[in-house]
Design a protein around this ligand. Sequence first.
Ligand SMILES: [Zn+2]
Length: 498
Amino acid sequence: MGACNITVLLLVIMLWLPHGLSMGNSCSASVLEARRFFELENEQLRRRFHEEFLSGYNYNTNVTEANRQAMIEVYARNAELNKRLAQQIKASDYIQSEDADIRRQAEHLSKLGASALNADDYLALQNAISSMQTNYATVTVCSYTNRSDCSLALEPHIQERLSHSRDPAELAWYWREWHDKSGTPMRQNFAEYVRLTRKASQLNGHRSYADYWVQFYEDPDFERQLDATFKQLLPFYRQLHGYVRFRLRQHYGPDVMPAEGNIPISLLGNMWGQSWNELLDLFTPYPEKPFVDVKDEMEKQGYTVQKLFELGDQFFQSLGMRALPPSFWNLSVLTRPDDRQVVCHASAWDFYQDSDVRIKMCTEVDSHYFYVVHHELGHIQYYLQYEQQPAVYRGAPNPGFHEAVGDVIALSVMSAKHLKAIGLIENGRLDEKSRINQLFKQALSKIVFLPFGYAVDKYRYAVFRNELDESQWNCGFWQMRSEFGGVEPPVFPHRKGL
Ligand SMILES: [Zn+2]
């Protein structure tokens, strides 16, 4: 835990420093006036965020048409107010203020993104996005073994099959069914989304929406560094990929997994092939050193979802951080309700008021969710740590940072040392072979994710920049997944979907 403590301490220091250093010493009348202006506007912004996240949470925890409409109405109303504020700032001289903090707030609040659109276009954009969300949250597919049962949801039913079936035909069935139903009907909405974000970029003076996204990293060299980092990683990833392909061939035979070329994504235990650790039993380098199944131990000890979150809460408190407030326990949705549709994808929410932070996820008791619980609580703890900041600063310093906070914590929580400390395994010291098994498991999750994440961003940049013709949107994506990750759809070419 020592290393973890230092990391967390550094994070806290980093959070404090920028604001503390940027206050400046100026007390001129214009600076005082500007401070007053941003104080008032930040309070208004905080209220708008509060209202937006409340309506977004209502929709995400109860996916109905009425809640979708209510949410996009709030977004549209606030977009107009954000636009007005940005215009006011642009018409002032705040961006040239002698005070660094005022300059930074002014810059942030004048970046409009999609809010630059006119009211009709903005509403159309939100409609396209939320229609995709609704479809994603509610799509079900037919069972491979009983085609008249078409009630299988991604979480938990399809994921359970992807994790446990070893029948390539069944795996390909679920992959194709889910993509056909989640992707294909959304093509028009995606096209509308791309069209309107292009329009917003033009209004904001950006070359594309990709440039709008990338600017938040505040480094003109960001994309080149991203490419260079990925290139550095590739030789290692290729070894991992080659080893997994070899083990898949051993299991399935050369007809299903040839010696050369891409791996069919449906064989990898995850719908997007973004992590492969569900198939650990097929790949373990030293099978004679089996992993202790934490899930069995959790069941034996009577673990509940509530207990997983309590453990997470205690862990953060043991690092000297804040306890989860009572509202977290009362207002979060921690398991899948059976009386309504919810967006099951785990997410952590900040409501910008009275330390109101919540998690929405369809938690189950196993080691995967044990990890996710700590990851999500990382977001929550970060929200609580920066809640004193003005609304404009209540976020990560760049779009990648929030995810890193949760993962730093979650990685240390999954260590043998910690699992022993909380009584889930007996032996916290791993011998060499067990350690390699453990590191291999991490690689199947963390290293394997990188080509996936890289391809998704490169793909979106290419679409936003009009470098891919609309007729090539599907094919272009699979070319990138093939080139960067060495995986391909089980049905190739997968012409219909996105
Ligand atoms: Zn996250």
